[in-house]
Ligand binder design. Structure first.
Ligand code: ASP
Length: 315
């Protein structure tokens, strides 16, 4: 039996201690710990990495604090359009959905696409039709409502500004005070299998059916048993252009870098060069982990069979 590990994130950005109340901070940490525990329990009982990452992401999707599932941000039209993807490292199977509405747990739908369709990537109404066929739980619009994100949206809905989650209501301050609320998990199980899952409501006031990196395999999510499993959060456009998650895997595969070294190059050099703010979490096939971000903070956590059990927010 080898070392097993789960890492999770709940978004990155300008997350500053002075902007946080102790109560809210505690709620975030508790939410992260619960998600991490849900995934770790599966690994501990001999379950596989895929089930562990899906369980952790479901827990974060069900938590209104994070911008995924319940609590997703509002689009320009005042709706919630969610994106999610999942990938399994042993066989390179993947499933993804983009622009889905009313799906309680978009990550479950991405998993169903992977397992029960002949496809990898479904979008919009077609993805919702597939969800109904698969008896994936749908919820009414008000399930996704959160007052906080409604206020965020109200402040920008008459403009063309689209903003990153949790932003300050001052539009001026918005782009300075960027926070990304996407959620994700990566895991390495007892058998050396890797998996990654990522889910998001995207960006507040997004329009034109904008899709970020989260459901794009290779950009927001990637897993390969030969290298690593990666889940990203940040300004999606740049993560797509950098093919960020797959680039970490490539640096490991072709340059023989460690997970930490490869991730550091992608986050702190390649993404930075194109103003790609955000971060990523990952594990390799022997259970090592890395969590690297170029923003002020990243909601994150790690738990492994060596007894490490940490959740953190700031740098
Ligand atoms: N990467 C996500 C997107 O661009 C946003 C985030 O990480 O919060 O849709």
């Amino acid at each position: 039996m080898q070392k097993f590990t789960i890492t999770i994130h709940g978004g990155a950005g300008t997350i500053l201690k002075q902007d946080m109340t102790p109560e809210l901070e505690q709620l975030y940490l508790t939410g992260l710990q619960e998600a991490q525990d849900a995934g770790f329990k599966i690994l501990e009982m001999g379950g596989n990495a895929l089930d562990a990452v899906v369980a952790a992401v479901c827990s974060l999707e069900n938590n209104i604090l994070f911008n995924a599932g319940k609590g997703s941000v509002f689009t320009k039209k005042g709706e919630h359009e969610m994106d999610a993807s999942v990938m399994e490292g042993k066989n390179l199977l993947a499933g993804a959905v983009a622009g889905v509405k009313n799906v309680r747990n978009p990550i479950e739908l991405a998993l169903a696409v992977m397992k029960y369709s002949n496809h990898v990537f479904l979008s919009g109404q077609g993805a919702i039709d597939f969800a109904m066929q698969q008896k994936i739980a749908l919820m009414p619009d008000d399930y996704f409502f959160s007052q906080f994100r409604f206020e965020q949206w109200k402040a920008v809905r008459d403009s063309d500004t689209y903003m990153l989650d949790h932003n300050n209501l001052e539009t001026e301050a918005l782009m300075k005070n960027k926070k990304f609320g996407t959620v994700g998990a990566t895991a390495c199980d007892k058998f050396g299998n890797l998996a990654a899952a990522t889910s998001t409501g995207g960006m507040t006031n997004k329009q034109y059916n904008r899709i970020g990196d989260t459901p794009v395999i290779g950009s927001g999510t990637y897993a390969n048993n030969n290298t690593c499993a990666i889940s990203c959060t940040g300004h999606g456009e740049m993560f797509i252009r950098a093919v960020a998650a797959y680039d970490v895997s490539c640096l490991m595969e072709y340059k023989d870098l460690s997970l930490q070294e490869a991730m550091n190059i992608v986050v702190n050099e390649k993404l930075k060069k194109i103003d790609g703010e955000g971060g990523m979490i990952g594990v390799d096939a022997v259970g090592n982990y890395a969590m690297i971000f170029n923003s002020e903070g990243m909601y994150r956590g790690v738990k492994n069979s060596d007894g490490i059990n940490e959740v953190a927010i700031y740098r």
